[in-house]
Design a protein around this ligand. Structure first.
Ligand SMILES: [Zn+2]
Length: 133
């Protein structure tokens, strides 16, 4: 049974979905395709400056997975920038959950108002597995 992959969470989709180098004729233009998760990884890590652990937590992926997505994104961005390629953001396996919204249902649960679907009383102090190095 395949593991569900749509559980990668991203906070926002990029507003601009396509970048193109100036002055390159369309037929000479190569396009790099970057997934939405890859863009989000770049945004969280390199724009917002989060640690990999923080960014992985937001996206609900393991750190190795985050690392893989981020590395792929950086390679694609570097390839496009240095080789004069267009970039298109497209596809991926993700769900958009805006900050402060519930990752289960995507809605904003105000204050202590009860979750309509009752996942609120899940362990509060769960992941205290921080390693104090
Ligand atoms: Zn909810």
């Amino acid at each position: 049974m395949a593991r569900p992959t749509k559980d990668r969470i991203i906070e926002q989709l990029p507003e601009i979905k396509f970048f193109k180098p100036a002055g390159v004729p369309a037929k000479k233009l190569e396009t790099v395709e970057m997934t939405m998760e890859e863009v989000e990884a770049l945004r969280l890590k390199d724009v917002k400056g989060l640690t990999q652990a923080e960014a992985a937590e937001i996206m609900k992926v393991s750190r190795p997975t985050f690392q893989r997505v981020l590395t792929s994104a950086r390679q694609k961005a570097a390839d496009a920038l240095t080789c004069g390629k267009a970039i298109r953001f497209e596809g991926g396996d993700y769900r958009v959950v805006r900050p402060g919204h519930c990752p289960k249902c995507g809605e904003k649960h105000q204050g202590r108002k009860k979750h309509h679907h009752g996942h609120e009383n899940k362990k509060k102090n769960s992941k205290d597995k921080k390693k104090n190095k």
